[in-house]
Write a protein that binds this ligand. Structure first.
Ligand SMILES: [Zn+2]
Length: 302
């Protein structure tokens, strides 16, 4: 993704990993494999890998720089995290910090970290391993969590009775473990702030509630200097869901609410000047939603 630059804002994408990740029916169980043939022209090979037949996904952090602040949105999987059921994520080692430094940002420079939701692939770099302990990666940052989201996952991860949810046991385990190693240490260090719908980080940069994928799922809106950008997190996981907004992911906590939120989102931003920056769209990631004969499609920004 080319940096998005205005007089007072710079948005960049820091990639932790990108490549073929999930079979279509694992991520989007309501879609039939026939959609791959129907949309092959734009889908392969950038968004669907034909040899492995896996959806291509990206895990990345968006970095927003203004004259006042450095803001990170979503922090991927992280290094050294114990994720035994999740392949490459288990004790992963990527040059994420080195790549952040290469953009001219030291860990101490980060003022805010906002996690759109508290799933394992959005919170990992909240903490790093230091002498056997998980400590906040960004020592001067305030970590912003939607209050509703935090309350849900705190209860989920700490209730000795265990959670009541639709997930299979390995997913349940990783959601609990990741909260404990990537969110709780930040809260215990006094670096978290619980925020509500409409919270402004600074002028023209604010949080908006978009529940469904998780109970307190939220997005980040930017409207300033003529730039209209929406960091949409996991409201939409894959560009196929712009064409089929009624299709929720297998990881959505409330698939029906997620469906409603996604449809409203797609209809609201279709044919607008809003630049959409989703959390998992493969390169080039950013683009606009346009209407297309009664349906919708995603037009990537080059
Ligand atoms: Zn995600």
């Amino acid at each position: 993704m080319q940096p998005i630059i205005t007089d007072t804002i710079r948005i960049e994408r820091l990639v932790e990993s990108e490549g073929p990740l999930y079979p279509l029916r694992v991520l989007l169980p309501d879609l039939d494999e026939s959609v791959v043939e129907e949309h092959r022209a734009w889908l392969t090979p950038r968004f669907f890998h034909p040899e492995t037949r896996l959806l291509v996904m990206s895990l990345h952090t968006f970095i927003i720089r203004t004259p006042q602040h450095v803001i990170l949105v979503d922090t991927c999987v992280g290094n050294h995290k114990h994720r035994p059921d999740f392949g490459d994520w288990h004790h992963q080692r990527t040059p994420y910090v080195e790549n952040l430094n290469a953009l001219g940002i030291a860990l101490e420079d980060v003022d805010f970290v906002f996690c759109t939701h508290l799933h394992v692939d959005h919170i990992g770099w909240n903490t790093r391993l230091d002498d056997g302990r998980w400590v906040p990666t960004f020592p001067n940052a305030t970590y912003l969590f939607a209050r509703r989201e935090w309350e849900h996952w705190h209860a989920y991860a700490t209730d000795p009775a265990g959670p009541d949810d639709p997930y299979p046991p390995p997913v349940r385990q990783v959601l609990r473990d990741s909260y404990r190693d990537s969110v709780l240490p930040v809260v215990e260090a006094g670096q978290s702030e619980l925020i509500t719908d409409g919270h402004h980080i600074e002028k023209g940069i604010w949080i908006e509630a978009t529940p469904g994928h998780t109970p307190g799922n939220a997005i980040l809106r930017i409207e300033r200097d003529g730039l209209h950008a929406v960091l949409s997190g996991d409201v939409i996981h894959h560009p196929l869901q712009v064409v089929y907004p009624e299709v929720s992911s297998a990881f959505c906590f409330d698939p029906e609410q997620s469906r409603q939120t996604r449809r409203k989102f797609v209809e609201h931003y279709a044919d607008s000047n809003a630049l959409i920056l989703p959390a998992h769209f493969a390169t080039p990631t950013a683009g606009q939603i346009v209407s297309n004969n009664g349906s919708f499609r995603f037009v990537f920004r080059s």
